[in-house]
Write a protein that binds this ligand. Structure first.
Ligand code: ZN
Ligand code: CA
Length: 404
């Protein structure tokens, strides 16, 4: 039935104008066109470009793993996609974002192919800390439950804390749109995530060609991490003035569909293989270094809690305490004792209290500890002492001995 609808819609559009088929792919530009006359919206778009210029990510080597929850909303068994189909999608986004996809040979020489060092896990624990497979399932009788601007899908299947999880709703959009997503801060947190039509999610089961290789999710997560289409946010760029804020994606005059081998616009060859374009799934294969930088800046400046979120950590495994790696030396000590902290908490503020053996507090200091902290101990009598070290969310007691 779905296929018939698509066929019907495509048939009508093809009859009138081939260009209109572009709306089949991504809802972000439709959302942009709907909102571009609102000053507040445009202000936010401008802020997103600033977001990219704020704190530039320096640790290009750090890998970020994003806890991801899939909300399946279905009307029938076809739409209630299998775990295997969901896993096929997780595999694709992990390949695409880590430059592990096997089809990078289709990227034309001279174009950059980046490993974004961003990957995704199906959440292992839910926001309450309970074990989960990272999948929620909700049945509905509503048609087009995930249409752009619908308020239904996120009421039926509420987002998990959008600061700590990537929420992906897989559902029936409208028969024309493969997916949509919002860059950081554009919409209320209750709907801040990615929506992908069940016919375009993963590589097996309910997928329908030519968007059947999992690239819709790759593309939409790109938007969620502040990427635009190479031709900018609007739905065409025939004057070649709109840019995506990324220098190593060439200017392009608008969306390109199907799978052309070569095309030139705005005075240079188009990067048709880019994940942020509209070509068929089998014909896209790369993010660029510039897009990598923009995505990582979005993560660090706009979605920073995702970096430290523990949703990928199986229940039962405690996150390794940073404080547990604090060391005191020498121990036993005489004149002074040194507190050595791991690099991750060097700039964090620590409250350090000194207690004697009978539990009396002798001193407290709050310090941002760089490299280490020296504590004078020459006034302490020989004996056993304790340091109570507190960070924002952990606390640790360390014993040491003074021997004069
Ligand atoms: Zn898009
Ligand atoms: Ca560009």
């Amino acid at each position: 039935m779905k296929f018939f609808l698509r066929f019907l819609v495509f048939g009508i559009i093809a009859f009138s104008s081939l260009e209109s088929k572009s709306q089949k792919h991504c809802g972000w530009e439709i959302y942009y066109e709907q909102n571009k006359h609102q000053a507040q919206f445009i202000q936010k778009i401008d802020e997103l470009n600033l977001l990219n210029k704020q704190v530039q990510h320096t640790k290009t080597g750090d890998e970020y793993i994003i806890p991801t929850v899939i909300h399946v909303i279905y009307k029938n068994s076809v739409e209630n996609i299998s775990v295997a189909q969901i896993e096929s999608q997780i595999r694709v986004i992990n390949e695409d974002f880590r430059k592990r996809n096997t089809d990078t040979s289709i990227v034309k020489p001279g174009f950059s192919i980046a490993d974004s060092k961003i990957s995704f896990c199906l959440a292992q624990r839910d926001p309450d800390g309970n074990e989960t497979d990272g999948i929620t399932r909700t049945s509905t009788q509503i048609d087009n439950v995930c249409a752009l601007n619908s308020t239904q899908y996120y009421q039926l299947a509420p987002a998990w804390d959008t600061d700590k999880y990537l929420n992906i709703w897989v559902c029936d959009i409208d028969g024309q749109t493969a997916g949509y997503a919002f860059p950081p801060g554009i919409v209320a947190s209750i709907k801040d995530g990615v929506v992908v039509d069940f016919t375009n999610f993963g590589t097996i089961g309910s997928v329908v060609p030519p968007y059947d290789k999992g690239r819709s999710a790759t593309h939409e997560i790109g938007h969620w991490l502040n990427l635009s289409h190479p031709w900018g946010n609007a739905n065409n760029n025939s004057n070649c003035t709109n840019d995506d804020g990324v220098s190593d994606t060439p200017l392009q005059d608008g969306p390109v569909l199907a799978c052309p081998q070569n095309r030139t616009s705005c005075g240079s060859p188009d990067m048709l293989s880019n994940f942020m374009g509209f070509v068929d799934d089998a014909c896209m294969a790369n993010f660029t270094e510039g897009q990598k930088t923009r995505m990582r800046n979005a993560l660090i400046n706009g979605r920073s809690e995702l970096i430290t979120a523990n949703g990928c950590l199986p229940v039962g495994i405690k996150k390794v305490s940073l404080l547990e790696t604090v060391e005191l030396y020498p121990n036993p000590a005489n004149e002074k004792i040194m507190l050595v902290v791991p690099i991750e908490i060097m700039t964090k503020e620590l409250e350090i209290s000194l207690y004697n053996i009978s539990g009396k507090r002798l001193s407290t200091q709050t310090k941002s500890v760089h490299k280490g902290l020296e504590i004078e101990t020459n006034t302490l009598a020989s004996g056993i002492y304790f340091l109570n070290i507190k960070s924002k969310n952990e606390q640790l007691i360390k014993k040491f001995i003074i021997q004069h």
